[in-house]
Design a protein around this ligand. Sequence first.
Ligand code: C2E
Ligand code: MG
Ligand code: MG
Ligand code: MG
Length: 287
Amino acid sequence: EAKASDFATWRIFDPAMRNRKRERREMERDLRTALENNEFELFYQPFVDAGQSAVSGFEALLRWRHPEKGLVPPGLFVPLAEQTGLIEAIGVWCLETACLEAASWSSDMTISVNMSPVQFKSTRLVADVDRALSMSGLDPRRLQIEVTESLFIDESENILSILQDFRKRGLTISMDDFGTGYSSLGYLSRFPFDKIKIDQSFVRDLSRPENIAIVRSVIGLSRALDMKVLAEGIETREQMDILIREGCLEMQGYYFARPLPASELPRMIADITARWNGDLRIQRQGR
Ligand code: C2E
Ligand code: MG
Ligand code: MG
Ligand code: MG
């Protein structure tokens, strides 16, 4: 029921709200034709393995090249794509594009694809993955799926069975943004993830002892549960050094490379490879 107080609020905020509603409507209209107009692109950001001094894989990150607004980051349109159900078709496009791209590489590096919890509501998700694999010819062991804790907010056997289906095919599953979601840790014991990605919010300020403590315990947890661990959002040499010291050798962040279009990947890999003897050189101390 509308109350007088609601009405007052509405009147005060009316112009701003109308603008926001119009913006949303326009974005939804544009999003509906974005796929057929070929406006989506995948950018790729490397996973760097300091133990091997090598790039170990890439995460595919979605971008929308809007005809007027330019390059739109996923944070601005993925939520709307989820609310409208468009994420299902967009997700299929991401899977197919990422698999085709990775199948064209001369190395057997991992390609990691983000999946929204909404995609897990589709009965076709496993079939979509199968199609992306068969059309691209990609070895399933090279395909990694990134999910967030929000996937486990409600207990669902269905979600576990889809993850098992992925696993049966040889895919690996990463827990993204670990430590930021609203979720219990119980799912970690019910489903064995291959990798935990430590969220960048903990990496951002490692001068805070609290964040070091969290990072250290996540690394310990991943070891105890026999999962790999990767830290996100490394922007400085100092952060890299702390993570290596704490035992997390796989990393991702602007310090190594920003997400870039596929055409830039050979140059990006060459650049990082050259840096192993320069600013990325690891001081190995006898311990
Ligand atoms: P995410 O999967 O956690 O991806 C990491 C985000 O952090 C990316 O933002 C990346 O560009 C950014 N990042 C990487 N290194 C650094 C760093 O050193 N510093 C800082 N400040 N940021 C860094 P992006 O590309 O804007 O993506 C945001 C989120 O959108 C992703 O978070 C993911 O949840 C979602 N997303 C991206 N692509 C897809 C997709 O294809 N499907 C779905 N469903 N979601 C996607
Ligand atoms: Mg991710
Ligand atoms: Mg993340
Ligand atoms: Mg994130």
